[in-house]
Ligand binder design. Sequence first.
Ligand SMILES: [Fe+2]
Length: 111
Amino acid sequence: MRIKKALGRHVLLLLEMHSSVEEQVFYPCVRIADPSLIDRCEQGHDHATRLIETLRLMDDDDPLAPQLFRQLAGAVIVHIESEEQELFPKVEQANMDLTAIGNEMQTLESR
Ligand SMILES: [Fe+2]
């Protein structure tokens, strides 16, 4: 059970790091492709961030934690589907330098 809780906390940290990189680099770079879609993506991040913060402040033994974690997982899946099905195709059509954007994201991730 201790491993499961440690993994859960690690997942929260990875989600925060991924969101931060997207918000600092990817979204600003690709906003021109569809500003309103980027706004919705940022709202998705805000929702996930609020859930993550709530989970981080919870005691590991809080009986509500598993339900909230499942809610976070569901929100992340919806967000990923939106990015993959709507955002990424628009970014590809916008003919941007995705290699440069990817390199900038990797640089930030490695800090
Ligand atoms: Fe995202």
